[in-house]
Design a protein. Structure first.
Length: 151
């Protein structure tokens, strides 16, 4: 594991190897998370799991509001998460642009909540994609505070 300047072991970059998952008779749903860390501030653009990834950028609240988030969004993707309202987003445009430029990202999906402050995350992702010069599939999924998908 690579040690980061902050010295926090929770910030170490990790790939999480898992066998294929299915819902079992117990009803327990397995996590689809494939890497660590997920917080955008902590993800280095050179993380090995970004290469050839289908990238998911999730607003921090989205997985809590949408019950099937792992199955419908994380499965088969690499997740980074952020909050456009509470985070210092000033480095996000450069970081996302670097991630897109330096990795062969296959697709970009952004999950945001229907609340107005969340739209900033989708705008940042779109600006980063444009700045990267890449032409990859781009989707924004809007989730309702009631747990329903709006788009």
């Amino acid at each position: 594991m690579k040690n980061l300047a902050c010295g926090c072991p929770g910030s170490n970059v990790r790939t999480i190897e898992k066998p294929a998952t299915e819902n079992t008779a117990t009803g327990k749903v397995a996590s689809e998370l494939r890497q660590w860390p997920t917080q955008l501030h902590l993800v280095p653009p050179s993380a090995p799991w970004l290469q050839n990834a289908h990238l998911l950028i999730a607003a921090d609240c989205a997985p809590f509001a949408y019950g099937d988030f792992h199955r419908d969004f994380i499965k088969g993707k690499v997740l980074v998460n952020a909050c456009p309202k509470l985070d210092d987003t000033s480095p996000y445009l450069d970081k996302l642009t670097a991630i897109l430029k330096h990795n062969d990202i296959q697709s970009l999906t952004v999950t945001i909540m229907e609340v107005p402050c969340c739209r900033g995350l989708a705008m940042l992702a779109k600006q980063a994609l444009e700045a990267s010069g890449k032409d990859i599939p781009f989707e924004v999924a809007i989730l309702g505070v009631d747990g329903e998908r709006r788009s």
